[in-house]
Design a protein. Structure first.
Length: 692
């Protein structure tokens, strides 16, 4: 028996981007474990990824190209050859492109976070074709936009420093489920005497293990941050020297914050004035003692109308108290802006011959149902889906389904399994998993460039995304030499080795070691140097004003809440959020039997007061509905959901739910205040018992 160990990287949409060691025996991957030498992974994997070999060798893996033989959505296919599949796709795309190339749309997101298998060869292909661009907004763009207006780039506290903080605020996240290696650092800080505070409408697994949980109403984080500013300024808990040296607009901010005393904040957020006062004082007093205060904010806060402003307001707080002076202080939303990735070389936007429209992936339901118009441009005639499952993850799911069910829409899906979206494909292509291809990775939770080596040969006839788009480019006569570059050649271009942070980047060395840390200071903004237009943390942002936005921190109420929309709330009085289930990652891993068995079935957590008012008992099936649609789940009566809130942990494959639907039946296609992002957690519903 021949046994080898291969260095790899977890590809999934998680901040941790773990370093993996794959044991291979006679060409078969027998074990996936964390690299004990990688400083953030430290040999520890989540339950999902520790079973990655089960996913790769799953009995339902797609291993051959297939063509639809039933109606769209039925999931009936017959096997065809790669030659026939590529020929059919190339012929159809060539015909459409000759008339209206923008009628072709790529639809992809973070099924893999790899720089090579994500968007390199695929982006080149669609740019050369002249297809519509996709605005990839489904997760993070609202928060990124608010953060960048304030800080300048998504650069923040290094996760490897958090264990030295004395106060950690976990704002809008559940790291036990979705950021395990940050949670390990937070637990170490807790053992050393740090105080942990969770801010979340839902008492998540993480909130249960913090010293304090502040259960505010969804969409009111903007107000809570303003209330903290009010108390910090009122009680002189700010760092006047840091403010004077390294911030812009303090006097204007001071005036704005004065309008948000704790009592007003409490009424807006559905909490007590004492909670606002104590939170701000804990934060300010700890910083004034010279101890590190850190905020780990996540994407939960930004999935509402004012989501971009929420992140902006939170991001102002560290500069107010001088938290950036300490390596363990500051805030982390994402570390992605630290990486000098070479997207221009990888994606080749210069291949675009003419300006093309951009379609927002969040509004795909509406956009697939549009007829041609002067404003929208040509009707969408073809969609190529890869690294995504829009039928499960896009909002207002009923419209998404109707759009993909169009008989005149040509749909190609690259996948590992027959997902909800795959059921609507005309041509279904088998893609390789992370164990079967080469990739390079940046991260959004730590500061290591990462390499993924192929551990095993592709199963069946599966091919990497890159190879599929190479084949299409060759069949369609694209003769630019860039379409012949190998995956190793692409990976070697992933990072800009001329940049000071990655000056030591060399692909061959990175492949051998598996990971290499960026050259970054321990405290990136200890002496200012913010990558904003002013070089300072911008409490007042002229860029926001130029973009038609309020240049100061503000409160932006939700589209749908009892306070902001009382007429709608009269029909649908319960707010609903749909955060990730612990054993799934977006819609990935839902079909792994052991993980799905742990989750059981779709549940809806509902507060005892709300269940009693509706005659709902624990364990009963309930229908959750609004004007957009409905879905069915099993009620869990629990105070984890605050009164007035229901929580549907997601994202289930629709076909694996009892009614063939999931939580996105009731979510909206309305967009955030900035960043054009979705408002998944800005949803009002009603709940009723299901009558047998």
């Amino acid at each position: 028996m021949t046994t080898t160990q291969v260095r790899a990287t977890c590809p999934h949409d998680c901040p941790d981007t773990c370093a993996l060691l794959i044991t291979v025996e006679d060409g078969v991957a027998t074990e996936v474990k964390g690299d004990p030498d990688h400083p953030t992974t430290a040999g520890v994997l989540c339950t999902k990824v520790s079973r990655y070999a089960d996913r790769t060798y799953h009995a339902e893996r797609l291993l051959h190209p297939m063509r639809r033989v039933g109606n769209k959505g039925e999931g009936k296919f017959e096997r065809i050859s790669w030659e026939e599949a590529i020929g059919t796709i190339a012929s159809r795309l060539t015909e459409i492109a000759a008339r209206a190339p923008q009628a072709i749309l790529p639809y992809s997101y973070a099924g893999t976070m790899g720089l090579v298998q994500g968007d390199s060869m695929s982006a080149r292909f669609f740019h050369h074709l002249g297809a519509s661009l996709l605005d990839r907004t489904i997760c993070a763009t609202a928060g990124f936009t608010g953060y960048k207006y304030t800080i300048g780039a998504t650069i923040g506290t290094d996760v490897e420093q958090f264990q030295d903080a004395k106060l950690i605020i976990i704002w809008g996240g559940n790291p036990i489920a979705s950021n395990l290696h940050f949670w390990m650092r937070a637990q170490e800080a807790k053992r050393k005497g740090a105080r942990l505070i969770a801010i979340d409408p839902y008492r998540s697994l993480t909130a249960e293990k913090c010293h304090q949980h502040i259960a505010l109403l969804p969409g009111t984080d903007t107000a809570l941050a303003l209330g903290m500013m009010h108390v910090l300024i009122r009680d002189n808990l700010v760092d006047a020297d840091y403010i004077a040296r390294y911030t812009l607009g303090y006097e204007q901010l001071k005036e704005r914050a004065a309008a948000w005393p704790p009592q007003r904040v409490a009424e807006t957020c559905g909490i007590t004035a004492e909670e606002v006062e104590n939170l701000a004082r804990d934060y300010g007093d700890t910083a004034r003692r010279g101890e590190a205060v850190a905020i780990r904010t996540n994407y939960g806060v930004q999935r509402v109308r004012g989501g971009g402003m929420a992140v902006r307001n939170i991001t102002c707080l560290p500069a107010l108290v001088g938290a950036w002076r300490h390596p363990a202080g500051g805030v982390q939303l994402s570390s992605s802006g630290s990486f000098p990735t070479n997207k221009q070389k990888l994606q080749r936007p210069d291949l675009l011959k003419h300006p093309v429209r951009t379609i927002n992936m969040t509004t795909i339901g509406d956009d697939l149902l549009r007829d041609t118009s002067d404003a929208f441009g040509p009707k969408i005639e073809a969609v190529i889906v890869y690294n995504a499952n829009p039928l499960a993850i896009a909002p207002d799911s009923g419209k998404v389904m109707r759009g993909f069910a169009r008989d005149d829409l040509f749909t190609v899906v690259l996948e590992h399994f027959q997902t909800d979206s795959a059921d609507y494909a005309d041509i279904l292509l088998p893609a390789t998993t992370q164990l079967e291809h080469v990739d390079a990775h940046s991260t959004y939770g730590h500061l290591y460039m990462m390499a993924n080596n192929a551990a095993i040969a592709p199963l069946g006839e599966a091919k990497p995304n890159t190879e599929i788009f190479r084949l299409l480019a060759a069949r369609m006569g694209f003769d630019d030499p860039c379409f012949k570059e190998t995956d190793d050649q692409l990976a070697a271009q992933s990072f800009d080795a001329s940049h000071p942070r990655a000056i030591h980047f060399d692909w061959e060395s990175l492949k051998r070691k598996g990971w290499q840390k960026l050259s970054m200071p321990a405290a990136p903004f200890a002496e200012g140097g913010f990558p904003t237009p002013s070089g300072k943390c911008e409490f007042y942002s002229a860029s926001m004003l130029a973009d038609g936005l309020d240049p100061l921190p503000a409160h932006i109420p939700p589209y749908e809440s009892v306070a902001s929309n009382p007429l709608l709330a009269a029909k649908y009085p319960l707010a609903m959020i749909s955060p990730p289930a612990r054993n799934f990652l977006n819609s990935t891993f839902v079909n792994v039997t052991s993980l799905r068995a742990t989750e059981g079935e779709p549940h809806l957590d509902i507060h005892p007061d709300d269940s009693a008012a509706r005659g709902i008992e624990h364990g009963q099936m309930v229908r959750i509905f609004n004007d957009r649609g409905s879905f069915v789940a099993k009620a869990r009566v629990t105070p984890k959901a605050r009164a007035g809130l229901v929580v549907g942990l997601s994202v289930w494959w629709k076909k694996l739910a009892s009614d063939g639907k999931n939580a996105n039946e009731v979510t909206s296609q309305r967009l955030t205040d900035m960043g054009r992002a979705p408002t998944f957690y800005d949803t009002l519903v009603q709940v009723e018992k299901v009558v047998a």
